[in-house]
Ligand binder design. Structure first.
Ligand code: UFG
Length: 333
């Protein structure tokens, strides 16, 4: 069985669906602190998913899962991921993302499970020294979230040397969109990300959408990011898993589209896809936002044979469909 930690979360749940499509048996391990039981229920409708509720910060929780199930490999998403929150509250991030992962790795070593795919981030690079960013770009994270993930990358390199535990680290850029069938999606509370924030404002959540800064050194003055579709990202996890099964060595890959889109471009695309005008305000810059970030993902393309295929329009359409579902859930609460 494949163990997917954080499988009730955003990227984790889409990856579970991808593995279910190919008839894998999956154990989802999630504390449900930021994941959702409704997501687990959707996954269970789609295939053979055993759900184990637990917290990586308690080693007994994860030990119990390895005792109970015959785990062959791990795909590890479980983490906190709010960059802004990590600055005033670093301990929360180091305890869960770093120490929690150490508990997971130790349990793997103990049970002789030697393969892991790890959800890392372009936040490990910090302020870009050049773009597009390739895997050789220096890693100097500028917030505890990025640092907590970089520490895990280093721990994994050491665990390979010490115990032969092989890891594929996937550094994502900005993730966008939802399951095409609308079963699972991006469901954060609070929501801080660009596309769901634009879409929430359409539903009249009392907040006008704000562009954080239009005075950056970019063609239209707003920040440029690389929005990779979540189903394409899920497929990259499958390819990385198959590659690791075959090659049995540790590697790191960037995952992005290699296309930069500005905040204004994303906003305009939302208006186009929804065929309506959306209210917008210009607000001050958000601290810690670099002007431009986009990936060089050549390595994932050539080694894993990965192709990000989905358009930004499709990501926005699926995100909108899921946002409608969330709005209905909230109404019925
Ligand atoms: N933005 C707005 N208004 C909003 C929300 C976002 O203008 O309401 C802007 C941001 O300022 C930024 C861009 O939209 O310029 C993208 O912001 P997101 O919050 O959607 O994403 P980030 O680029 O900040 O964060 C993403 C991931 C993190 C990861 C980080 C690495 O969500 O997990 O990239 O830089 F760490």
């Amino acid at each position: 069985m494949i163990l997917i930690t954080g499988g009730a979360g955003y990227i984790g749940s889409h990856t579970v669906l991808n593995f279910l499509k190919d008839k894998y048996d999956v154990v989802v391990f999630d504390s449900l602190e930021t994941g959702h039981i409704e997501t687990v229920e959707e996954l269970q409708k789609a295939g053979n998913v055993i759900f184990e509720k637990g917290d990586l910060r308690n080693i007994e929780d994860i030990e119990r899962v390895f005792e109970k199930h015959s785990i062959e490999a791990v795909i590890h998403f479980a983490a906190f991921s709010l960059v802004g929150e990590s600055v005033p509250n670093p301990a929360k991030y180091y305890r869960n993302n770093t120490f929690g992962t150490l508990n997971l790795l130790d349990t793997m070593v103990k049970h002789n499970v030697k393969k892991i795919i790890f959800s890392s981030t372009c936040a490990t690079y910090g302020e870009p020294q050049y773009t597009p960013i390739d895997e050789k770009h220096p890693q100097n994270p500028i917030n505890p979230y990025g640092a907590s993930k970089l520490m895990v990358e280093r721990i994994m390199a050491d665990y390979d040397k010490a115990y032969g535990l092989k890891s594929v680290k996937l550094r994502y850029f900005n993730v966008a969109g939802c399951d095409t069938q609308g079963r699972v999606g991006e469901w954060h509370d609070p929501e801080t990300h660009l596309i769901p924030n634009i879409l929430k404002s359409v539903f009249g959540n009392g907040q006008t959408f704000k562009i954080f800064g239009d005075d950056y050194n970019t063609p239209d003055g707003t920040c440029i990011r690389d929005y990779v579709n979540v189903e394409d990202l899920a497929q990259a996890h499958k390819l990385a898993y198959l590659w690791l099964e075959k090659e049995n060595r540790s590697e790191v890959f960037n995952l992005g589209t290699e296309n930069g889109n500005s905040v204004k471009e994303v906003f305009d695309t939302c208006e186009k896809v929804l065929n309506q005008n959306i209210k917008v305000e210009i607000a001050p810059r958000r601290p810690g936002d670099p002007a431009t970030l986009f990936a060089n993902a050549n390595k994932a393309k050539s080694v894993l044979n990965w192709k990000p295929e989905t358009s930004l329009e499709h990501s926005i359409e699926t995100a909108y469909k899921f946002e409608q579902k969330l709005q209905n859930l909230e109404k019925n609460d």
